[in-house]
Design a protein around this ligand. Structure first.
Ligand code: IMP
Length: 536
């Protein structure tokens, strides 16, 4: 009974929030909402996709990346983690249509496993639709991804090992396959052979030690425990064909022309575009080459779902409350503990190792690495996909200013409860470049120069020293806060600073103070006055 009351209250708050914000215009004018991350991913998109599906959406579409993502949310008190299926799946039985769009790198095993997992929880998957032209992720993509990372040395990207890059590479090289191919066995066989020719040639040239490595990778449960491996060191094409056709049969009823379907629903249904990864990992806008291989911006989400960027009526951007994390390699100027932290997180550390090595670390530790570890631990910042410790650093407004160019100016702040009890909170407002002279287009970047807006070039970011403003933190728990007025003054002061400094176009709209749906503050239009820049 109490739970139902809480749910009713939440729905009511959301209605008031929309009404307050848009008045009558909302229900008529806002039909496509995008939610994307403005940092390096892992900002808690799952909770908000799930929440907005519950409160608003008729259709949810995942349209970029693949099962490299990990979206965690709580449904009816139970934690659910999805990697490939959209986070609106728990509302399938309410008629919500969940879509995996044409922009997705689609690994059939991951989808089938997740469908079975949801069914085993008593949920339904009747309205799931998967794009017939989703990019088909094949076993050799996973193999190549892992082999590539092993041999990359310092150039390692720290990929999730899910085959995402080779899958998109094949697509761009015009030798990729699409999901629909598995429904046409003879065409599938022909295309698969052609697509795999060069990989097979490379594998057959491997010596015994190379073959051993390949065998080890191919024996992974994610690759069906060796099913696709041939003892001659190549991949068994017949085994791949048989298994993929089997998956095709299982998935057949879900496969549709989703681009056409979604375009047909424009203006008629509430469509939610579910982002994956984050803007700073976007192939087009991120810290290239330390990025993923899809465009995680709102424009990328629209395109991957068969829509246009201009179809998006409202774009939410998610950031973590006053800290950020990065998984894998690449520049991260505000990382607590700098290169030592990066090297720890990227070289096989696990949560267990970390718990043993940093047993007494606290969120107020004077030592930055230990402080970073303690915040990571408190925030549960370990990869949902890879279990790696996420590199942890302070909120970086230089990168945020760049990410706000995506147009995702309606900000959702998550995990604000994690920094409760931290005595001093640092926000990076600028960098000082301290590297060698560097030609940056027509200008030469010189040591000592101040950078206010994210130059995404790692050659520059690696030499950037963050400049911080330090704020006193807050001690009182905010988990029960329902309104902005319930938040401690010190917290509101930091929020105000961020929105003044980052970009006046950005507005805080939703604040999350815990993982549950009810631990959410909708920021009313009147509350915004608290955050708007003072007239000078
Ligand atoms: P890939 O997407 O597996 O190719 O990995 C490329 C980079 O993106 C690596 O640094 C990954 O750690 C990072 N990455 C990929 N997916 C996610 C995600 O969902 N959250 C955070 N980082 C990710």
């Amino acid at each position: 009974m109490r739970k139902e009351l809480k749910e009713k209250k939440l729905i009511e708050s959301f209605r008031l929030f929309l009404w307050d914000w848009f008045g009558e215009k909302f229900s008529k004018a806002f039909k496509v909402i995008a939610i994307s991350c403005l940092q390096f991913g892992d900002t808690g998109k799952g909770k908000f996709i799930h929440l907005l599906t519950w409160l608003w959406a008729h259709i949810v579409a995942r349209s970029t990346g693949g099962d490299n993502a990990g979206h965690t949310f709580y449904h009816k008190g139970r934690e659910i983690v999805l990697h490939l299926l959209p986070c609106g799946m728990p509302f399938d039985n309410k008629g919500v249509v969940n879509i995996i769009g044409s922009g997705v790198a689609f690994y059939p095993k991951a989808a089938v496993d997740e469908i079975k997992m949801l069914l085993s929880l008593g949920l339904t998957c009747d309205n799931l639709k998967i794009a017939l032209n989703a990019k088909l992720l094949l076993p050799h993509h996973i193999l190549l991804d892992r082999l590539g990372e092993m041999g990359a040395g310092k150039e390692k990207i720290g990929s999730t090992g899910k085959g995402i890059q080779p899958c998109y590479t094949d697509f761009i090289a015009r030798k990729g396959l699409v999901l629909n191919d598995v429904l046409n066995p003879e065409i599938f066989r022909k295309k698969l052979r052609a697509s795999m020719r060069s990989v097979q040639a490379m594998l057959s040239n491997h010596g015994p030690s190379g073959k051993k490595v390949v065998k080890e990778i191919m024996s992974h449960p994610h690759l069906e425990d060796g099913l696709y491996y041939s003892e001659d060191g190549t991949l068994n094409e017949e085994a791949i064909i048989a298994k993929y056709i089997e998956y095709g049969e299982y998935l057949r009823k879900y496969i549709f022309d989703t681009d056409e379907f979604l375009r047909g629903k424009l203006g008629k249904a509430n469509i939610l575009l579910e982002g994956a990864q984050g803007y700073l990992l976007s192939i087009d806008h991120g810290t290239y080459p330390y990025v993923t291989s899809s465009d995680c911006s709102p424009a990328g989400l629209a395109k991957g779902a068969g829509l246009r960027e201009t179809d998006i009526d409202l774009s939410f951007g998610i950031i973590k409350g006053f800290y950020e994390t990065r998984v894998g390699c690449g520049p991260f100027p505000t990382e607590m503990g700098g290169k030592t932290s990066a090297s720890w997180c990227n070289n096989g550390a696990t949560k267990e190792m970390e718990d043993a090595a940093y047993i007494n670390a606290t969120v107020n530790d004077q030592n930055e690495i230990r402080q970073g570890v303690a915040i990571r631990r408190k925030g549960g910042e370990y990869g949902a996909t890879t279990k790696r410790p996420r590199r942890t650093g302070w909120l970086d407004l230089v990168l945020l200013r760049h990410a706000l160019d995506s147009g995702a100016n309606n900000i959702i702040l998550t995990k604000l409860d994690i920094l409760t009890g931290v005595k001093e909170i640092k926000v990076c407002y600028a960098y000082r470049y301290e590297g060698p002279d560097y030609n940056y287009g027509a200008k030469v970047l010189k040591s000592g120069e101040i950078i206010l807006k994210g130059i995404m070039d790692p050659e520059v970011l690696d030499y950037c020293v963050p400049l911080y403003t330090t704020f006193p933190g807050w001690n009182k728990s905010i988990k029960k806060a329902k309104y902005v007025l319930d938040l401690p003054d010190n917290l509101v002061r930091i929020l105000k600073y961020i929105f003044e400094e980052a970009d006046v176009r950005a507005k805080p709209r939703i604040i999350s103070v815990g993982p549950g749906p009810e631990e959410t503050i909708f920021v009313g239009v009147n509350d915004l006055r608290l955050f708007s820049p003072e007239k000078k």
